[in-house]
Design a protein around this ligand. Structure first.
Ligand code: GLV
Length: 328
């Protein structure tokens, strides 16, 4: 008898075909976010689940869904999954690193430029029909070339952003929990810098670090106060790493110049204070959303699920210690 799995949100047909060749699949191609109890009901009797970052898998879900053996997230980030609880329940957890690195790095450059050069504000202005022609002091922005880019988080994506930023003649500095290997620094031209010094000196502060209890409000009022009044903050990581209320205050008082955001605290809700500001570029968490990349992410998660449920070590295993808690 085939094992049973749930795919919580819409994926590509090729992913469903791959999964159906191995499993009995229940999928949510209508793409409606399941409420918590509905998700728990759908998981009854399932062996595994392919999740997306909008699905929350925590200890209570695992307690109430004892047949689940694998949770395969279709994202590189996994703050929506309680990894420790999964480990304690003997449940395999995987993510999709690597396949989205370049798309997210491309989009990061876009958000840096859009924010520094006021691109969305310019379009909104043009759409009002009020544009009377170009003049010297119209919509002045900050230059990207020659600016100092301060990257917080220097994993695969941070390094890919640094390589691109070099092409824009940016000076690159970074800070991360662990200093990168010398060849990664050499290849990207990035100089390791302390947190405070980076906040003081960067013209563009870019966040691409994991969201953990330690990085909750990593950027709050104190950190924003260290930034230059001409500085731009770009958050490509996760909402919650930035204290959004403190950011809105800094943008309102113009103690920093602007922000570009792809992520928000409490997504998909977000602080309506952002909507009143024209010095913020708002993007709906789509940095990895190119067709080839999203297809690769969906297929990577499906392959992780296939490996996990056939007793192999999945390519992107996050919690090898799950083996210490074998399922009954
Ligand atoms: C996107 O935010 C991801 O974590 O893949």
């Amino acid at each position: 008898m085939k094992q049973k799995i749930l795919v919580t949100r819409e994926v590509f047909d090729e992913t469903i075909d791959f999964l159906k060749s191995r499993f009995e699949v229940e999928s949510n191609q209508a793409d409606r976010l399941y409420a918590r109890d509905e998700l728990i009901a759908k998981l009854q009797g399932k062996d595994g689940v392919q999740t997306q970052s909008s699905d929350r898998i925590d200890a209570e879900v695992l307690d109430r869904c004892p047949t689940i053996k694998a949770v395969c997230n279709t994202a590189v980030g996994y703050n929506n999954i309680d990894i420790d609880a999964c480990t304690r329940h003997g449940v395999v957890v995987t993510n999709t690193p690597g396949v989205l690195t370049d798309s997210v790095a491309d989009y990061s450059m876009g958000l840096i430029i859009a924010t520094c050069r006021r691109m969305t504000e310019g379009e909104a202005y043009l759409r009002t029909g009020e544009w009377k022609g170009t003049f010297l002091k119209q919509m002045l922005g900050q230059d990207v070339h020659g600016a100092t880019l301060g990257i917080f988080g220097f994993g695969r994506i941070g390094q890919a952003i640094a390589r691109r930023a070099r092409g824009f003649d940016m000076k690159i500095r970074y800070h991360s929990r662990n200093r990168a290997a010398a060849d990664a620094e050499r290849e990207s031209g990035a100089v390791y810098t302390g947190k405070e010094a980076l906040l003081h000196t960067a013209d563009v502060v870019l966040l691409i670090l994991p969201f953990t209890p330690d990085t909750q409000h990593f950027i709050g009022a104190k950190e924003l106060a260290l930034m230059k009044p001409t500085a731009v903050l770009v958050n490509m990581a996760r909402g919650g790493i930035v204290d959004d209320a403190a950011l809105i205050e800094a943008l309102t008082k113009k103690t920093i110049w602007a922000a570009g955001l792809d992520v928000y605290e409490n997504e998909p809700k977000f602080n309506p204070g952002f909507l009143a500001l024209n010095n913020v570029v708002l993007s709906p968490h789509i940095a990895s959303a190119s067709t080839p990349t999203r297809k690769a992410m969906a297929m990577t998660a499906a392959k992780n699920l296939a490996a996990a449920l056939s007793g192999q070590t999945p390519p992107n295993l996050l919690n090898p210690d799950y083996r210490k808690h074998p399922k009954a």
